[in-house]
Structure formats: C-alpha cells, structure tokens
Design a protein around this ligand. Structure first.
Ligand SMILES: Nc1ncnc2c1ncn2[C@@H]1O[C@H](COP(=O)(O)OP(=O)(O)OP(=O)(O)O)[C@@H](O)[C@H]1O
Length: 270
C-alpha cells in the first residue's frame, strides 16, 4: 500500500527535503557504525528507517538529531545545518530517542508543562496543548502520577507528547512501538497519522517490517552501516511479495536457514 502524501509534490518541492544527509560517518574505535551515508528524506512523508540489529539506525538518528557528533559528514534539516545551526534545527524537530530519559519525579502533566516552557511556549498555550495531548494519548487519567510510576507504554506516550508539544516540522522516533501494547500502539499510530496527514514528516526506526509496511510510504533500508535501498514503499519492495521478503533479500539473509550447527537443540537424544 502506498499512501499518497496529502500535500502535492509541487507544494513540497519549494521546501526541499525534510532531511539531507551527506557523507555521514561514525566509528567507535575499530567498529564502523555508520559508513558514509547519503540520504534525502522527502518532506510530508511517513518514513521508516529499517535494518537488522546493529545496522547503525540509532547511531544515524542520534547524529541526525544533534545528539551525537559525526566523524565526518553533514546533516541538514529543513535547510538548516544540524551542527552549525543547532538552535534553528532543535526548534523544528521533535525527538523520541532510544532509552528515553525523562524527569522521573515530575507528573506527566508537569513534564509537559516544563517541556513547553523550555520550548518558549506561552503558559496558556502549553496548558491547552498538554490537555489535548494527554486526552488523545489516553493519559488524562494518569496525568498527576509521577513519571517514575509510568509503564513502558505510558512512558513512550508521554515522551511522544513532549516531542510533539511545540508542533515540530520533523519528528524522529527510535523504535517508538517497542514494548508498547496493541491498544497504545494504535493510539500512537493514530496521532502520528494525523500529524503526517497535515504535511509534517515522521522518521522512525524499526526492525518490525509489518509495522513499517502498514505505516510508512517511504523507506530506507540500512545494513552494516550503509543504505542498501531507499524510495517509496513500492520501489523498495519491488517484485517481492512483502517488505519483509525484500528486506531479507537486501540484507543478504534471504536463504539463511537455521543451519546444522544447532542439531543438538530440541527433542531427541540428550
Ligand atoms: N557507544 C558505542 N560504542 C561502541 N560501539 C557502538 C556504540 N554504539 C553503537 N555501537 C556499534 O555500532 C553499530 C551500530 O549500532 P546501532 O545501535 O546504531 O545499531 P541499530 O541499527 O540501532 O541496532 P538495534 O536495532 O539493535 O538497536 C553496532 O555494531 C554497535 O555495536
């Protein structure tokens, strides 16, 4: 399924890509985590960054959102350089990072109020937006509970609310659905669809192909620190029946079976 963006390509063409990544590298000692990525992420799309464990997705998203300095390479968001113009970039993005750290001793509502003030929003506007976000994300009943007492799914949702509060142009989410039950996942999904439906861009990383296939209209496949494919869902899927099949083919695991190395495992002689 390829969802057409709500805004016409012409409208978006004037603004250029949401994210432009050029020659991005990151090494940890001998380990090359990201090996020279060039990527243009179109505006107004629901974009999935997919790849196996250790592909370099988190490292890439950390560099793109200004949390980790690249060895070399540049990143521009809505035309602003992430490292030369960090304030302009940070005003335009929202981030739900991996291993989300929150102010645990604040209640959910206090966290949003604090975030809103840090973002420079007027108090009454923060109040209004926080109330709506808490309602839509089904957190209104827990808004006065301390964040430390929130479940994994509730933490993701309050993190998402904090990332959306200033109405960013581009939202980056690292594994937003991990550890989230189907009801909360559906809630998060609806909020994100509404957000992209109004022309904003979502970039999220995942290794759950079914999820990416059902949500995204544009996909970049990463493996071994490199981009293996990028384009609309239909382009990346190609002739393959599913994104999962195309992905396994692209990352070179299509015909890798369990092998004979584990022939001791399971029933039979012990
Ligand atoms: N701080 C670090 N120090 C050393 N190596 C690191 C560090 N962070 C990441 N790496 C290595 O860089 C590579 C890419 O890791 P990264 O976390 O970006 O992958 P990922 O695609 O997000 O994986 P996953 O889906 O498992 O979260 C891996 O080989 C990882 O071991």
């Amino acid at each position: 399924m390829t969802r057409e963006p709500q805004h016409s390509e012409q409208t978006l063409a004037g603004h250029g890509p949401a994210v432009r990544i050029s020659g991005l590298w990151k090494r940890y000692g001998e380990q090359v985590a990201v090996a020279g990525i060039d990527l243009e992420l179109p505006a107004g799309r629901f974009i999935g960054l997919v790849g196996p464990n250790g592909a370099g997705k988190t490292t890439t998203l950390s560099m793109v959102t200004g949390l980790l300095r690249p060895d070399t390479g540049t990143v521009e968001i809505a035309g602003h350089d992430v490292w030369r113009d960090p304030l302009a970039v940070k005003a335009r993005i929202g981030v739900l990072p991996e291993g989300l750290r929150l102010f645990e001793r604040l209640s959910g509502r206090e966290l949003l109020e604090y975030t809103g003030r840090l973002r420079g929003l007027p108090g009454d506007e923060v109040d209004k937006r926080a109330t709506q976000l808490l309602e839509v994300l089904d957190l209104a009943g827990s808004q006065h509970k301390l964040v430390v007492d929130y479940s994994t799914g509730m933490r993701k949702k309050i993190g998402l609310a904090a990332a959306l509060l200033h109405n960013p142009e581009v939202l980056f989410l690292d594994e937003p659905f991990e550890g989230v039950d189907p009801v909360s996942a559906q809630t998060i999904r609806k909020v994100l669809e509404r957000y992209t439906g109004s022309g904003a861009t979502v970039v999220f990383s995942s290794h759950v192909m079914e999820l990416v296939e059902s949500l995204c209209d544009w996909v970049a496949v990463m493996a071994g620190g490199r981009i293996r494919a990028q384009g609309t869902l239909a382009e990346v899927r190609g002739e393959a029946p599913t994104l999962q099949a195309a992905f396994l083919e692209l990352v070179g695991a299509g015909d890798r079976g369990p092998g004979h190395d584990l022939d001791w495992l399971g029933g039979g002689a012990r």
